[in-house]
Design a protein around this ligand. Structure first.
Ligand SMILES: Nc1ncnc2c1ncn2[C@@H]1O[C@H](COP(=O)(O)OP(=O)(O)OP(=O)(O)O)[C@@H](O)[C@H]1O
Length: 411
């Protein structure tokens, strides 16, 4: 309890230190006195629950340098600067450098106490937030099921939690194999909970009746519609009606197609699209968050070994380097397959291409043919599609699936 009332008081003048220290003590605060930058520095850490009050002018390293040091350790640790009379430009500089506030010396006790109390409150909130974030990161469904250390993975988990807190239907976008279904499951678990039903259905082939049945079966849980672009026009209409008449279950739709374009080209119901995309979560392709490759690989090697009761093989830096050098057009799913094979000793991660399944190898060939056609036609998608004897729409779908952009091949 005491540590949350701590005030690190830094001033080279012993009289000032004592006088201010007494003021703080009388207000039930816990002053920690320091006569210099060096003496103060040792108390500064990310875990320091108190706040800092420091004189600006000190011999040796001054209050600004202390402020700079503190900001380097923890930008959210409040530093209140004590400036001399008329040192306003100095104070302004301090605020710009991240100071919480400044007080002009000599400062009235009530001003000092009011500012310190405000800073302590801010600090307490910051630390509480960090504690909650750590707790959440350590244990909820997003943390358990959506692995990854990249900023993109953190953002994904954050978005999953944010949409799960609402009752909204959700559109999950991402390339094939990126983890759309996994994300849907996480949103369901965080929202409705593990006791509520979770139904996973392919959108293709659904009818008005089958959708209505699914809504009934899922009750207050969630329905995941995989590849929602494949819903027939009749089913789109039926789904929209169900959404408008039922608050539950939550519908989570997954897509790798560009639904907005499907709408603008008249192939998809605009009303349904707007309804679904009110809450949206995107899963970036694995090649755009390569830091996650080693974590996901190791995770799936562990799982595979545990399932088959095998010893966990060592994943050498060489293997990691080779894995990270690939583009993974099949995303997490292909990485997982590679991990399974690695765990079973079927590969040393030597030639990852050879480890891929037939469909993944074909996907890689398809990708290189698309790139070659785009290069040949200078990024002109219509011409490139013609060259490959593909309808334009199919060509665009394929570009999307492989995360390619025609405009990048122009000029
Ligand atoms: N962030 C992640 N952490 C752990 N596992 C993941 C992650 N993302 C995906 N996976 C795993 O990768 C595999 C593919 O994910 P998922 O089935 O959700 O993909 P998808 O995008 O729905 O693709 P598809 O339509 O091809 O199934 C699953 O086994 C899933 O558990």
């Amino acid at each position: 309890m005491e540590s949350t009332r701590q005030v690190l008081l830094v001033d080279d003048d012993a009289h000032v230190r004592e006088a201010l220290g007494q003021t703080l003590e009388l207000a039930d605060l816990v002053p920690v006195l320091a006569g210099s930058y060096i003496a103060a520095k040792d108390h500064v850490s990310k875990a320091f629950a108190g706040v800092i009050v420091s004189d600006v002018r000190m011999p040796g390293k001054d209050g600004f340098q202390l402020l700079e040091y503190v900001m380097g350790i923890d930008r959210e640790l409040p530093v209140i600067l004590l400036t001399g009379e008329g040192d306003i430009p100095m104070a302004v500089r301090g605020i710009a450098a991240g100071a919480f506030d400044f007080l002009e010396k000599p400062c009235a006790p009530q001003d000092l106490l009011a500012t310190v109390e405000k800073a302590l409150k801010t600090r307490a909130l910051v630390l509480e937030n960090r504690r909650l974030t750590r707790a959440v990161e350590a244990g909820d469904a997003a943390a358990r099921l959506l692995r990854g250390v990249s900023a993109a993975a953190q953002a994904m988990r954050f978005e999953a939690r944010a949409v799960a807190r609402t009752a909204a239907d959700v559109l999950v976008t991402g390339e094939a194999g990126a983890g759309t279904a996994k994300m849907a499951e996480v949103v369901h678990l965080l929202g409705a909970g593990s006791n509520a039903p979770f139904l996973k259905l392919p959108a293709m082939g659904q009818s008005a009746e089958s959708l209505a049945q699914a809504f009934e079966r899922a009750e207050d849980g969630s329905v995941f519609l995989d590849e929602v672009a494949h819903l027939s026009p009749n089913a789109q209409f039926a789904l929209l009606e169900l959404l408008e008449t039922h608050a539950r279950p939550r519908v989570i739709a997954g897509t790798y197609a560009d639904l907005a374009r499907e709408v603008s080209e008249g192939r998809y119901s605009a009303d349904l699209y707007y309804r679904l995309q009110a809450a949206k979560v995107n899963i970036p392709a694995l090649r755009d968050r390569r830091e996650d490759i080693p974590v996901l690989f190791a995770h799936y090697v562990d799982i595979a070994c545990e399932q088959s009761d095998l010893p966990v093989p060592q994943i050498t830096p060489d293997v990691i380097a080779r894995l990270m050098a690939q583009d993974w057009p099949g995303n997490a799913r292909s990485l997982m397959n590679a991990a399974m094979r690695f765990a079973m000793g079927l590969s040393e991660g030597e030639d990852a291409r050879a480890e891929l399944g037939l469909s993944e190898q074909l996907a890689q060939v398809e990708r290189s043919l698309l790139i070659a056609a785009l290069q040949r036609h200078g990024g002109n998608a219509t011409e490139a599609a013609k060259g490959l004897k593909l309808p334009r729409k199919t060509f665009y779908d394929k570009l999307l699936r492989h995360g390619l952009r025609a405009d990048l091949y122009r000029g």
